[in-house]
Design a protein around this ligand. Structure first.
Ligand SMILES: Nc1ncnc2c1ncn2[C@@H]1O[C@H](COP(=O)(O)OP(=O)(O)OP(=O)(O)O)[C@@H](O)[C@H]1O
Length: 338
């Protein structure tokens, strides 16, 4: 059986409907009106132990609501969930012992006590054996570069320091499952890198199941093999990241540097359906093309016919383009056979 299993999972909220202005506020006070908002609708989810899954979607798609149900914070309106054989809402304590969670926007550390003391409290709460605690603490301090701030309180930490401390806190008890909700939000490149390497190591060495919610596509490409896209509370794609890249990233881009300006070619390319010319200057340009209509060699030979090509390089399919197309409503993955 899968380590995380959800069937027909739904969650609705009652949202107040208020007309604008003072009149609307008074009216709402006297006769409050609410509508039911379906945040998550009939979601089926099945995640195997050791998987790294990116759970992505536009703002308001239902990502956090799903994670909150999986962690036991929210009770589903309908459907069932089993996390390592446990119903997270009914058995919140048991569920907490087997999961780690990082909510990037919030901290689970005690605000006014040194980080190392927070860790020590977590050791008692989770009843982590001395040897495990010692080994993990040393490894986490080293890998996440926490030595310089381990004796400061959470209040005094920068965002990047706080996030590393939060990640360590979530994993001290070696949970088999970790939920990461925007763990790299607002962080600089080097801290992001540390966090990604750490997550990779934990996943590889301990087969920790990772479910990652992020708007950072670098996180996804670096960490996840499987991609689940949710929109308006429903899953619209669930499959491998490489498959989505190769099947759905229709556009390829080739960058060219040519020996002399080629105005005739530029005019021809900009009038060709399925191709788009982007001129950087007289002798440098890129051609993006629909790879279901043209091959890369067709594009290259068309340019070569017009003049000397000094250099060219092709850009790999980018997951960002795919997700953006889904967000913008330009790509229906179901229609393409997902
Ligand atoms: N406590 C709540 N009360 C009422 N509506 C809620 C509540 N929590 C979430 N919603 C609504 O449910 C929908 C899904 O919200 P959710 O926070 O799960 O989205 P999300 O995908 O995590 O978005 P984001 O990327 O912006 O964090 C939204 O329309 C939101 O307004």
């Amino acid at each position: 059986m899968s380590i995380i299993e959800a069937k027909g999972l739904s969650k609705s909220f009652m949202q107040a409907v208020k007309e604008p202005g003072l009149k609307g506020a008074v009216k709402h006070l006297l006769i409050p009106r609410h509508i039911e908002k379906m945040a998550v609708q009939s979601l089926d989810l099945s995640i195997e132990a050791g998987e790294t899954v990116a759970y992505v979607g536009p703002n308001g798609a239902g990502k956090s609501t799903t994670i909150k149900m999986l962690t036991g914070i929210l009770m589903p309106t309908a459907g069932s969930i089993s996390v390592n054989g446990i119903n997270p809402y009914r058995k919140r304590m048991e569920n907490a012992a087997q999961i780690g969670a990082v909510f990037g926007q919030r901290t689970q550390l005690w605000w006014d006590i040194p980080i190392v003391e927070s860790f020590s409290l977590l050791k008692d709460i989770y009843q982590i054996p001395d040897a495990v605690y010692k080994t993990n603490l040393e490894m986490f301090i080293e890998m996440l570069g926490m030595r310089e701030f381990i004796h400061l309180s959470a209040r005094k930490l920068s965002l990047g320091q706080r996030m590393r401390a939060d990640l360590a806190a979530a994993l001290l008890h070696n949970p088999p499952i970790v939920y990461l909700d925007e763990p790299t939000i607002g962080l600089d490149v080097s801290v992001k890198q540390k966090i990604r390497e750490f997550i990779k190591k934990i996943n590889q060495e301990q087969q920790t199941t990772v479910m990652l919610t992020t708007h950072d596509l670098g996180d996804i490409e670096d960490l996840c093999k499987r991609l689940i896209i949710i929109d308006h509370g429903s899953i619209i794609y669930d499959g491998s990241l490489s498959e989505v890249k190769s099947r759905f990233a229709r556009n390829r881009v080739i960058f060219f540097q040519v020996g002399s300006p080629l105005p005739e070619l530029y005019q021809q390319l900009s009038q060709t359906p399925g191709m788009k010319l982007d001129l950087q200057n007289d002798q440098e340009f890129s051609v993006s093309f629909d790879r279901y209509e043209y091959t890369a060699s067709e594009v290259v030979s068309r340019v070569m016919k017009h003049g000397e090509v000094i250099d060219f390089r092709m850009e790999d399919a980018n997951i960002e383009q795919v997700i953006k197309a889904v967000y913008d409503g330009n790509l229906n993955l179901n229609e393409t056979g997902a």
